[in-house]
Design a binder for this molecule. Structure first.
Ligand code: TXA
Ligand code: MG
Length: 318
């Protein structure tokens, strides 16, 4: 049985992590599947519970930038972005420090490590109390929709993990932005909760490493990902008889089932509701005989870049 812990039971969550158990926890982006990053067996159990390909490295979560930078070599850009955006939905890829105790399995054997400080008070208290690096891939089975509530986590991983620390719904709703600062120039590996525009305002132009690769630099770049059970059709301007609607702005007429991302066309609200919407349509469509989710056009600016990235993966052939 998976224990469902309340925020006043953080002590229990810490005890389980120390024992090498898996504890899912809420962040401001999505729920992460937590484990002690220094414990190779615990990290292996994370890959097993998710069914994740072993080449896909995990993010390490910390309570502060000062702690994170004991594990990776920060440079001037990293210091600047950490000061501006941490705690928050930004992940930095940096070279490991010598003697970094994070298991090689967690980093998939790479010389770099992805680190982040989440902006979720319960998560920060957990990380502070635990005192070490905690891996936290999204707490879903590999290739499936990311969880934004404890209920989503239990539906995906209940019985396969020790506990979920319930801190309520995730306010940002899409994963962190992953930025590689380990090379000559910064490279965007995954668009996410901190917009490209906001990052470029701080540090200037950022290269974009998007699209598919057979050995992806960031396996969040795998084409088919975040997939609901239904087919997904993007940029819909009319609705088919067997389609549910994921609406953005004034909804298309004629849908038997509709989930509104944001009636006013607000990208922040749409990001926060995206995975919840995919979960809900997926759960309800089958009973209605629907086979596809039609998605209304969403502008690819600001948080819309991350939203479109996730929807493109959900729509990719599988
Ligand atoms: O918002 C988030 O980042 C959530 C919450 C729970 O914190 N976590 C999350 O973790 O999305 P995960 O493991 O599902 O995604 C990690 C992403 C993947 O695309 C992975 O390939 C990339 O970061 N990544 C991790 N380590 C890397 C490294 N050393 N070099 C390049 N990419 C890396
Ligand atoms: Mg994920």
């Amino acid at each position: 049985m998976t224990e469902r812990l309340t925020p006043d039971e953080i002590g229990r969550a810490v005890e389980l992590l120390r024992a090498g158990e898996l504890v899912a926890f809420g962040t401001e982006t999505v729920y992460g599947l937590g484990a002690d990053a220094r414990n190779g067996n615990a990290v292996a159990a994370v890959y097993a519970a998710k069914g994740r390909p072993s080449f896909n490295p995990l993010i390490c979560h910390f309570a502060s930038a000062a702690t994170a930078f004991r594990y990776v070599k920060a440079n001037a850009l990293a210091e600047k972005l950490a000061a501006k955006f941490w705690p928050g939905p930004l992940t930095l890829v940096l070279p490991r420090q010598e003697g970094c105790p994070v298991s090689q399995l967690a980093g998939a054997g790479l010389a770099t490590l992805a680190v982040r400080v989440p902006a979720q008070p319960v998560a920060l208290t957990l990380l502070e109390a635990f005192g070490g690096p905690v891996v936290g891939p999204s707490a879903n089975r590999s290739g499936r929709i990311s969880p934004t509530t404890a209920q989503h986590v239990l539906a995906e991983l209940g019985g396969r993990i020790a506990a979920v620390l319930d801190s309520g719904a995730c306010p940002v709703g899409v994963e962190s932005t992953v930025l590689d600062l380990s090379g000559e120039t910064p490279v965007l590996l995954r668009p996410g909760g901190v917009t490209l525009e906001a990052l470029e305002a701080e540090i200037g132009p950022i290269a974009r490493a998007m699209g598919e690769a057979s050995a992806p630099a960031s396996p969040g770049m795998l084409a088919s990902h975040y997939a609901p059970g239904l087919q997904v059709r993007l940029n819909a301007t009319e609705i088919g008889a067997d389609e549910a609607l994921l609406a953005f702005g004034p909804p298309l007429a004629g849908a038997k089932l509709c989930f509104q991302l944001s009636a006013s066309g607000d990208l922040r609200e749409a990001a926060a509701r995206l995975f919840e919407g995919l979960h809900e349509l997926d759960d309800r469509a089958q009973a209605l005989g629907l086979r596809c989710i039609a998605v209304q056009p969403i502008p690819a600016t600001g948080l819309g870049l991350a939203i479109n990235d996730r929807l493109n993966r959900a729509a990719a052939p599988r």
